[in-house]
Design a protein around this ligand. Structure first.
Ligand code: G4F
Length: 305
């Protein structure tokens, strides 16, 4: 079963891409509406619930902070309440985020690293994390937090930076777009393949004890490096000129401008650097990512749309 927010136009293309549309029964519900969640849990009668729903775009969380807190934060509590009322034996997975580490207190970040979120999104995720721990401790619900570092695939939404870059360069190559506008090129992330991370989520719920795990590739790259690695799939070789807002990424051969910096994509407070340490998950869950960073970039370049 999948929970789906009501919209006037259906947005199920990812299920088509994965060829599972006829295998998933959709139930209408909303993290803002407890009664709809209770009905969804009653109807599906699940053994496991995976809460991946959120207002998940960090930049929007400054524009819609209260909505973000309602859905990304309180939405977790509503889901847990639905489970507690309908059947507390249901196992629960909460999609916690490396954004909770924010202004990082140690490098690399692991399960014991203190949180210092830098956006309303990050603050809301911290609430979701702790309410999950609290329902585990208070009501003995089998509830786990996966603290996932950035996870990407060709299914990524177009506003996130990896998709914006891979789709943007593809469109430039086809003559559909002139250049890509980006914000902070120096920001560093630990990007892995979403499919590998989903396996880790499932593994967490198959353990004897409910615990929290960091899931990451344990490898870091900047936005600038991501551009440099994606460009060659479309025949471009990027060199950089200028600084800050005046910086340009230009193709060496054709001298075409591929990247321009636009300060409108800068964030009021940035998470400069994220690097995970997923040793606990690798040891205790036997989890190991199968797709490398290089393969991920290639997959997004070749299979994006
Ligand atoms: O792709 P992003 O928007 O992802 P971000 O903010 O790291 O959050 C993602 O990962 C989190 C896990 O750590 C999730 F919890 C969250 O839901 C989401 O999936 O931005 C990545 C970095 C940022 O530092 C941003 O400032 O890229 C930088 N960036 C530079 N130019 C840009 C752009 N980000 C976007 N979206 N668009 C740009 O033009």
């Amino acid at each position: 079963y999948g929970l789906r927010r009501r919209t006037s136009t259906k947005n199920l293309w990812r299920l088509d891409y994965l060829k599972i549309r006829d295998k998933v029964k959709m139930i209408e519900g909303d993290l803002g509406d407890l009664s709809s969640l209770e009905r969804a849990v009653e109807k599906s009668n699940p053994d496991e619930v995976y809460n991946l729903a959120a207002q998940s775009y960090v930049a929007t969380s400054w524009k819609q902070p209260i909505y973000t807190a309602e859905i990304t934060g309180l939405g977790v509590l509503r889901m847990l309440e639905a489970i507690r009322h309908v059947n507390p034996k249901i196992k629960f997975y909460q999609a916690s985020s490396s954004e909770m580490f924010g202004k990082v207190q140690e490098i690399p970040q692991k399960e014991t690293t203190p949180f210092h979120p830098r956006s309303p999104y990050g603050v809301s995720k911290v609430f979701g994390y702790w309410i999950t721990v609290n329902y585990r401790e208070s009501f003995d619900i089998f509830a786990c937090n996966g603290i996932l570092f950035n996870h990407e695939s060709p299914l990524r939404g177009t506003e996130f930076v990896t998709k914006k870059i891979t789709q943007g360069v593809a469109r430039i190559k086809k003559g559909l777009q002139d250049h890509i506008e980006l914000g902070n090129l120096n920001s560093k992330r630990d990007w892995g393949f979403a499919g590998d991370y989903v396996e880790a989520m499932w593994l967490m719920l198959q353990q004897e004890e409910a615990e929290d795990y960091v899931i990451a590739l344990n490898e870091q790259h900047s936005v600038r490096e991501f551009v440099e690695m994606a460009a060659p799939y479309f025949g471009y070789d990027i060199e950089w000129f200028g600084e800050g807002e005046d910086e340009l990424g230009i193709d060496k051969k054709t001298k075409k401008t591929i990247v321009r910096v636009d300060s409108k994509y800068y964030r009021p407070s940035e998470v400069d650097t994220l690097l995970g340490d997923s040793t606990k998950a690798r040891k205790e869950l036997g989890w190991k990512p199968k797709i490398s960073f290089k393969d991920l970039v290639e997959d997004m370049c070749k299979n994006g749309k």
